[in-house]
Design a protein around this ligand. Structure first.
Ligand code: PMT
Length: 405
């Protein structure tokens, strides 16, 4: 595998020499890119000697013969390499990556790079714990990047606390894990629903719910990052569609149902994370309702139960439903598994403090047809999404083994 190692400007830059050795030992080709800050701590010659390659040190050629090819070298490096690891990733680099700033070779190349990214941060404890750094890290985690958390200990600045670069062996293991996990959904087409539906009451009002789409979008990001073709059918949310997904926007449960069945044929896995409204007004008035009486009663009809219909028509596809509950999580999750003929139901608590709606984190209970329950502890929605796909893959292997498919 061809790996780009980005070296940031921190005292821990020298430890990346050991990381280069570990990556080369594993048979990878390593191209080192150093920021200007990194060159204050370690000379490019060290990395050139270890990798046998010229180290990239700036966006533009420093000699007078700048050519077009030197000006677009960052695109070439982005295209030729399979994985980007940044060690040490400084607070400044994390902020630039999170916000898409591109003012040197490494940050520009990052924007042009479409493969997996491993970030090993190192900095002073207060900088690490600062809300700005933590929020940038959350953005980068949601984007699917693997973060190798720094260790606690004595720092170069004299403080004791979190911020010391993880051991090179640990960073190399994170690279191994990223490579191993990357393509395990290759060949699968995953159909995911996300977000709320909006059921109109008149031209200006609707019934909806608190779903932000974060759980469904995290699932779409995780599946795409692991090599699946992803079709994401989403109700109205304030999130950008994840890179590499086919994106279909809907408003109502009826539209969601129709788009799901139009896109069902190639799907091998279906994950229904959307919070679909259960009721709607069948005959929506064409004009705004007037406030003519003290009370208003609305008679609502059920929306199509997309999950139940999928359960009847899924064939040999793997069907994963969700259960959003305010009580009796285990019981309700199992009931929905049976009632909707799912292969797995992901139960989560909603409504109270720390509930699943709108939060960046979730804690779920997976109910399987074997009768087993698997508790996934509280983690970022992206990490929970990866745990869900880990279990989906185990189910897939189990089905192959029992049916010989
Ligand atoms: O979007 P977030 O803010 O990140 O929040 C995430 C979440 C709480 C929305 C998500 O984790 C979740 O639980 N999604 C399912 C919400 C829901 O509608 O649950 P339910 O128990 O009411 O429905 C059970 C299942 O039936 C769900 O898979 C749902 O998509 C499906 N359903 C429901 C009604 C309907 N008419 N058609 C359906 O297909």
């Amino acid at each position: 595998m061809n790996i780009v190692l980005g070296v940031g400007g921190g005292i821990a830059a020298y430890k990346s020499a050991e990381l280069v050795r570990l990556l080369i030992e594993r048979g990878h080709g390593v191209q080192v890119v150093m920021t200007a800050g990194a060159q204050e701590f370690v000379r490019p010659l060290t990395f050139a000697a270890l990798t046998g390659r010229k180290v990239v040190t700036s966006l533009f050629s420093t000699n007078s013969e700048s050519t077009l090819s030197s000006a677009i070298e960052h695109i070439g490096v982005a295209q030729e390499n399979d994985l980007l690891v940044v060690s040490p990733a400084t607070a400044d680099l994390l902020a630039k990556f999170a916000n898409g700033l591109a003012d040197d070779f490494l940050t520009t190349m990052y924007l042009a790079f479409t493969g997996p990214v491993v970030l090993a941060p190192a900095m002073n404890s207060n900088m690490w714990l600062h809300a700005a750094t933590q929020s940038n890290l959350e953005t980068l985690r949601r984007r699917g990047h693997r973060i190798v958390d720094p260790e606690e200990g004595q720092l170069a600045c004299g403080m004791v606390g979190p911020g010391r670069l993880a051991a090179p062996e640990q960073i190399a293991m994170a690279v191994d894990a990223e490579i191993g996990r990357r393509r395990d959904l290759d060949g699968e087409t995953v159909l995911i629903t996300a977000g709320p539906t909006q059921e109109p009451l008149d031209p200006v009002r609707y019934i909806s719910n608190r779903s932000s789409g974060k759980m469904g979008y995290a699932l779409a990001e995780a599946a795409a990052a692991r090599g699946a073709k992803v079709v994401l059918i989403s109700g109205p949310v304030h999130l950008a569609p994840p890179r590499g997904c086919t994106f279909i926007a809907v408003h109502t449960a009826r539209e969601m149902r129709d788009r799901v069945f139009e896109n069902l044929q190639p799907a091998s896995v279906i994950v229904k994370a959307a919070a679909v409204a259960d009721f709607h007004l069948s005959k929506v008035p064409s004009q705004k309702m007037k406030k003519t009486a003290a009370r208003l009663s609305l008679e609502l009809d059920p929306t199509p139960d997309i999950l139940a219909e999928l359960g009847r028509k899924k064939g040999d596809r793997l069907l994963v439903g969700f259960a959003a509950e305010t009580e009796n999580l285990q019981q309700e999750t199992r009931r929905k598994l049976e009632a909707k003929n799912c292969d797995m139901v992901v139960g989560n608590l909603v409504g109270g403090e720390g509930g699943a709606f709108e939060s960046d984190q979730n804690e779920v209970l997976l109910a399987l047809r074997s009768g087993e329950f698997i508790a996934v502890p509280r983690a970022s929605k992206r990490e929970v999404a990866d745990r869900i796909f880990d279990e989906i893959l185990k189910l897939r292997l189990h089905i192959y083994a029992t049916n010989g498919r």
